[in-house]
Design a protein around this ligand. Structure first.
Ligand code: SF4
Length: 418
């Protein structure tokens, strides 16, 4: 989103812009980096080095780097990769525009050049985070939680609707906290209601509802409003009480279990997604087994597991030694994902014979590839659809599920199966 807003401003300044990580023959390249965990840092650095090489070969004239990695490691990067013309941090749009000889156009601040498929878009409702999870570098880089004004978010959503967006993904580090800093109370349900009144959106999806302060009212809204996806993305990170304490999470194991089972009870059809960290300092075999058993018992619909990344400046990075070996971290990640694979396979098999509303994302080989309301782009399952008629990206269809694998469904338009 930061890149998309910057692209809009650069375009308004008269530049021609492309968003294409594979293009190496342009005048100026701006790389937006991520620097929260090791894998992301590595990917960002590899991208920078690729464009440094393109610069050496005379394919590009200027190379700029912005975003989290350069916010966090600007001095080290300057020293290690001096070929970059200038490093910018986060929230640096004005400085980058000034470097390009342009100024921010305030009336376009809600506009974006969409870089992904045009039928879905992410919309950030806040920056930063006020929580103090011991392993997390986000508050260091992004600062405290700052909610955007509801009217600005609604305006941006209306512009996206006008650009053809049919599925809106609201995102924040902690969506449920929205409004506390700005309005003195949690205002996510009110914001969601305002956005639901924009007709063009077929689906609104919520990403990252922290367990403490979970806005239970949303479950009712999901039940009553088919446009609000029955999709609960609630990162719990762990379930052992000892680990939640070490990780400085503000929810204990009982509260977490109670909430998760309440979600199942109040909204049984919802897809519940979570993320976990394996191998945080201090994680014993007993803690891990507790987590493993819980994953098997609760049967999340969607699951992401990350190997712990030891980050300097975080409490875990500074206070503890990285005492779980990389090998053990990875074997725990693999085992948890193998359990999830089998759960997902069983859950998917039960969908055969059901008709599910599906959005088409793209065509790939013989299939039209889509998603249901229970699946977010890029991280969740897909539906591979065989259809005699053309199904255009961004269109919604009733799909009869005819088969499944662990992470995908197969289907055909219900109308064609009559
Ligand atoms: S709530 Fe999320 S973003 Fe905030 S500190 Fe915890 S893990 Fe980091």
């Amino acid at each position: 989103m930061d890149s998309e807003k910057l692209l809009r401003q650069i375009k308004a300044a008269g530049y021609s812009v492309v968003y294409d990580p594979d293009t190496e023959k342009v005048d100026t390249v701006i790389i937006n980096t991520c620097g929260f965990i090791n894998d992301a840092k590595e990917e960002s650095i590899n991208t920078i080095l690729r464009f440094v090489k393109a610069g050496r070969e005379g394919l590009i004239r200027k190379l700029y780097v912005m975003g989290c990695l350069s916010e966090r490691y600007r001095d080290a990067l300057r020293e290690e990769i001096p070929e970059v013309d200038r490093y910018f941090g986060v929230n640096s749009m004005e400085d980058i525009l000034a470097e390009l000889g342009a100024v921010t156009q305030p009336e376009l601040l809600s506009d974006r050049v969409l870089t992904g498929p045009s039928h879905y878009a992410y919309l950030k409702v806040s920056e930063g985070c006020d929580r103090k999870c011991a392993f997390c570098a986000i508050p260091l880089i992004r600062g405290k939680y700052v909610s955007r004004k509801t009217e600005d978010i609604v305006k941006e959503a209306e512009i996206l609707a006008g650009q053809g967006v049919r599925e809106l993904m609201l995102i924040a580090q902690d969506l449920g906290y929205y409004g506390v800093d700005l309005y003195g109370k949690r205002e996510l349900p009110r914001l969601v209601s305002d956005l639901l009144s924009i007709d063009a959106f077929e689906w609104i999806r919520l990403h990252y509802l922290y367990p403490s302060g979970f806005p239970a009212e949303l479950l009712k809204m999901m039940r009553e409003n088919p446009k609000l996806c029955s999709y609960v993305d609630i990162p719990i990170q762990h379930i052992s009480g000892r680990m939640l304490k070490i990780m400085k999470r503000s929810h204990g194991p009982k509260a977490t279990r109670d909430l998760l089972y309440r979600i199942r009870r109040d909204l049984p059809e919802a897809a519940v997604r979570t993320t976990l960290i394996a191998g945080h300092p201090g994680e014993t075999e007993a803690d891990y087994m507790e987590l493993r058993d819980f994953i098997s018992d609760y049967r999340f619909d969607r699951l992401g597991v990350f190997a712990y990344s030891h980050e300097e400046g975080t409490m875990s990075g500074d206070r503890y030694s990285d005492d779980v070996s990389q090998e053990l971290k990875e074997s725990r990640v693999s085992e948890l994902m193998a359990i999830q694979q089998s759960i997902s396979g069983e859950l998917n098999a039960k969908k055969t014979g059901h008709i599910l509303k599906t959005v088409i994302d793209r065509k790939e080989g013989d299939y039209f590839v889509g998603r249901t309301e229970y699946d977010s782009p890029e991280v969740d399952n897909e539906v591979l659809i065989s259809s005699a008629s053309e199904l255009t990206p961004g269109s919604f269809h009733q799909i009869l599920v005819t088969g499944s694998t662990e992470f995908d469904l197969f289907g055909t338009p219900a109308a064609e199966s009559l």
